[in-house]
Design a protein around this ligand. Structure first.
Ligand SMILES: Cc1ncc(COP(=O)(O)O)c(C=O)c1O
Length: 233
């Protein structure tokens, strides 16, 4: 049977290619986060204990309550954001699923979404599967600064979404105060949703703060802020 791909131009991800090459040539693999140490014994014991004590049922769709309470407490402690555990926090199977869910929830056929290039490789396929069109704006070497004038020029009545990733994979670029101000002004004049991919929120150097969208009420009210257990924990 011949299957007709919905994404015929999406090949194998660069991560799989690089990891295969690293394995084949016995090289150190810096392309994907493969820690060379095991998970802590306490964590493994706690997971085993939970499974042995019969906690093997379907989880609630938006995530186990204790976990959502813990996420709310953490967001309050770190970003001063008072999040409603039932209405504003959803646990997904990784950030990739959260990105897919958020994109497909807001993009309708013909909608445009602005991305910054290089963009994490699951963004555009999700936009396309939802029938949307990705508008890519380069972060230019060597500064990788955001060109907010270009963002303004790219915005159209069809723009439904802007996707930001700070700290940025792979450049390490982080949003500064002037970027937050520029973006806030732009979205004030243009009714669009934001996805803030903050999976590297705890990997920031040089004493810089992480500027989470949860800290800025005008951004927060229109944002999906996406974190991950897969990077820091
Ligand atoms: C920028 C960025 N967003 C999202 C993800 C996906 O995170 P997860 O492993 O939680 O699905 C990654 C993973 O490398 C990433 O680099």
């Amino acid at each position: 049977m011949q299957l007709d791909s919905k994404l015929p131009h999406v090949g194998t991800t660069i991560f799989s290619i690089m990891s295969r090459m690293a394995a084949e040539s016995n090289a150190i693999n810096l392309s994907q986060g493969f820690p060379d140490f095991n998970a802590p014994r306490e964590l493994l014991d706690a997971v085993t204990e939970a499974m042995l004590s019969g906690q093997n049922q379907y989880a609630p769709q938006n995530g186990v309550e204790e976990l959502r309470v813990a996420i709310a407490k953490k967001s309050e402690a770190i970003y001063g954001a008072n999040l409603d555990k039932d209405q504003e926090i959803t646990v997904s199977s990784g950030a990739s699923e959260a990105i897919f869910n958020a994109v497909t929830a807001v993009i309708h056929p013909g909608d445009e979404a602005i991305l910054f290039d290089p963009a994490y490789d699951c963004y555009e396929p999700a936009i396309r599967l939802a029938g949307g069109v990705a508008k890519r704006i380069p972060l230019k070497f060597p500064s990788y600064d955001y060109d907010w004038d270009q963002v303004r020029d790219t915005l159209s009545p069809k723009t439904r979404l802007i996707m930001i990733n700070s700290p940025h994979n792979p450049t390490g670029k982080i949003l500064r105060d002037q970027d937050i101000e520029a973006l806030t002004t732009i979205v004030r004049d243009h009714d669009c949703v934001l996805i803030s991919d903050e999976v590297y929120e705890h990997i920031v150097f040089d004493g810089e703060p992480h500027r989470s969208f949860l800290k800025y009420p005008e951004l927060r009210e229109r944002s999906f802020v996406i974190s991950s257990f897969g990077k820091t924990y």
